[in-house]
Design a protein around this ligand. Structure first.
Ligand SMILES: Cc1cc2nc3c(=O)[nH]c(=O)nc-3n(C[C@H](O)[C@H](O)[C@H](O)COP(=O)(O)O)c2cc1C
Length: 181
């Protein structure tokens, strides 16, 4: 299976980095191909709604770090599974990851016609699981619209720092999500 992993945290050694590495290890051991993009280090212009893509066969007007992901032969349409890994920032994805997701717009129509899967891994400082309500609603709406199949979610409350993962089984769960695909 071809997996496109998009991570959203600007912390190189944070919670997201550890969960992403655990998932990646499991998925690779299971023989899957994982292509990982850490969105905070990508140079990506926000979609400007020019709709150039609508008149030009899904080709975006920008040529930036999204170029390999979008377009007919891009990583998005070629992936069997798209995995989003993000901390909660003000009840949503980080701006860096959301900017990348907005740029899916160029291939939005084709995305709906492909039989793809999606997964979500997210962590938050708040220990109340309601902190994920907005992200869950976003995830469900994205799935409904794209017709992507839910391949699983891992939502981790009460985790401000990577050390908070210790004495929990969340990294093991992320590993198993990849391993059991
Ligand atoms: C700008 C910013 C906004 C945040 N917003 C929330 C929030 O709305 N709710 C919450 O529970 N935690 C919030 N947090 C905490 C992070 O979600 C939490 O520490 C996360 O697990 C960090 O993951 P990371 O180490 O991969 O960056 C926020 C952190 C930052 C820096």
């Amino acid at each position: 299976m071809k997996i496109l992993m998009l991570t959203g945290s600007p912390r190189k050694k944070g919670v997201t980095a550890r969960l992403a590495a655990a998932f990646q290890k499991g998925a690779k051991e299971a023989g899957h191909e994982v292509k990982r993009y850490d969105t905070p280090w990508m140079k990506v212009s926000p979609c400007k709604a020019c709709c150039h893509c609508r008149k030009n066969d899904e080709k975006c007007i920008y040529d930036d770090d999204m170029t390999p992901l979008i377009g007919k032969d891009g990583e998005i349409l070629n992936a069997d599974l798209i995995l989003l890994v993000s901390p909660v920032y003000y009840w949503g994805l980080t701006a860096q990851l959301k900017t990348v997701v907005d740029r899916f717009y160029a291939v939005g129509r084709s995305m709906r016609e492909k039989n793809q899967k999606i997964m979500l891994i997210s962590s938050a400082g708040d220990s109340d699981p309601a902190v994920f309500n907005s992200i869950k609603a976003f995830y469900q709406s994205l799935r409904d619209w794209t017709h992507w199949q839910d391949a699983g979610t891992l939502l981790i409350p009460g985790c401000h720092e990577p050390e908070d993962l210790e004495n929990t089984d969340f990294e093991e769960k992320a590993y198993e999500m990849g391993k059991n695909l």
